[in-house]
Ligand binder design. Sequence first.
Ligand code: PMP
Length: 341
Amino acid sequence: MKLEVVDLSDNTNLWGTPPAARSCMHDASSRVSRYPSPYSADLKRAIAAYVGAGAEDVVVGCGSDDVLDSAMRAFAAPGDSIAYSTPTFSMIPVLARLNGLLPAEVPLRDVDHGYDIDADRLLDACAKIIYLCAPNNPTATPISREALVHVIQNAAGLVILDEAYAEFAGISYIDLATRHEHVLVTRTLSKAFGLAGLRVGYGVGAPELVSFVERARGPYKVSAPAERAALAALAMGDDGVGWVETHVQLARDTRERFRRELMTLGLDPLPSSANFILVPHTAAESLGARLRRDGVLVRVVTGLPESIRAFAAANGNALRIGVGPWPLMLRALELLGSALS
Ligand code: PMP
């Protein structure tokens, strides 16, 4: 019998895709002989309405990876540095390297500071770009408004705030992007909106700033089917944004229930503001391998900074587990329970 694989490793929406986006994909093939609009004007308007900004404050891209990459190209030159917290989104060092940027890594603060960013040490790096992520991947922890404002007020260059998981936190700092000329907030339709395969991300910031990012990005980065599906997902109503809101709430409830169950197994998960949970454990690699053998994929994270006590106690190792429908979580819990006993 074929083993059904449960993939809890990439933090996508395991409940699926808004029905409005799914149904408009059916007739997408009739339109692919033509180019999409070069800079996705309709999509920018829809995103602006969703986040409460103006269309001139929005840049879109082929996933938010593309927006992050374009922002690095637009605001830093090879040999410049980029400061970011560790641990953070694993693509940041990769994109930094591709753009010839020098990483300045600053560990997050410990649990007594809510795993907040270390604002002063990030600023001390005097980097051309400071990258922040809230909720942070892989810790799922937020950034305090106080620390964020401190960074923004004192940064020497661009501040990027990656809000890929903001819907699950219920907190967004987009207001700071539209009020400061050197702040770019990036978001994505890959997570709460369930469209990871279509690759749609966006950035919000002051008009001049986003136009620099857009020029570094170039035209035709969002395909016509992707733009249509994104517009459908962003439309009001139960099949679009309503579906997203309902499933974000479900993800939040499931996350808390799953976290409680992890604790009853004797594990010590970090608190989560996202749709995944980080569970420090010395034996994360062998636990991850054991789960994989039985068809449940989770992300094994290693090399976590040991200045944080929970990570030091786990030799820098952890599992990052995505949250989805409860039967999937139950399967992960059962396997973890038997692996730990
Ligand atoms: N930022 C963070 C923090 C992420 O975790 C991810 C996806 N793993 C992305 C950005 C990129 O998302 P996408 O390119 O699919 O928009």
